[in-house]
Design a protein around this ligand. Sequence first.
Ligand SMILES: O=P(O)(O)OC[C@H]1O[C@H](OP(=O)(O)OP(=O)(O)O)[C@H](O)[C@@H]1O
Ligand SMILES: O=c1cc[nH]c(=O)[nH]1
Ligand SMILES: [Mg+2]
Length: 213
Amino acid sequence: MSGGVTSFTVPRHALLDHRMAELRDATTPPAAFRRLLAEIGAILTVAATADLPATSRAVTTPLETIQHPVLAVAEPALVAILRAGLGLLEGAQRIMPAAPIGHIGMARNEHTLQPMEYMLRLPPDAAERGVILLDPMLATGGSAAAACTRLKQAGITSIRLLVVVAAPEGVATMAAAHPDVPVWAAALDRGLNAQGFIMPGLGDAGDRCFGTE
Ligand SMILES: O=P(O)(O)OC[C@H]1O[C@H](OP(=O)(O)OP(=O)(O)O)[C@H](O)[C@@H]1O
Ligand SMILES: O=c1cc[nH]c(=O)[nH]1
Ligand SMILES: [Mg+2]
């Protein structure tokens, strides 16, 4: 990993591993793939928000009043990298239903592997809230790094990146380009093949999600 200091976390959880086995399985159809991606998105969102700033407030139970921990800040905005990030978004929304939602469209050129941005729509208070950025695949890292650059241009300084499968090449790209952005992944795989696919990976996440080719 070159230069940077990106924090990279793979939460260990038996239910996460079990779902990853099903998600990677080439025979898993799109409907089950989307359900699994949402469930994994929920688990990763829980892991990535464990350290959100807390304060306390008085809560009166049926028996007595206590001081109870509560969030000290507004929940971060959720930003999905289209298309495949939509699968993770559904799960993240289950954990933070009130979080505002943004979308950034990124298509990776299959020959050059360079990302091309085709849309951007962010909640107006994303800079104050910070952002959880969602994309299942961190391959070369080009798409995630470009998305982070775009979010920073919009004034967003607090970004957490959630991915399902990371390649060492993508983690290195993030460390070099955005060392301030912590990354959570359900798995760290071996590396990229000649076509830029993560090995062993799960194939093309967008195509498997939406049944396209
Ligand atoms: O780390 P990288 O090398 O940039 O590759 C990862 C990107 O590739 C995939 O998207 P894709 O461009 O296939 O778009 P899609 O989600 O619409 O299928 C994936 O969802 C990431 O966004
Ligand atoms: O393995 C990969 C690499 C990039 N994008 C995907 O969807 N899968
Ligand atoms: Mg794709």
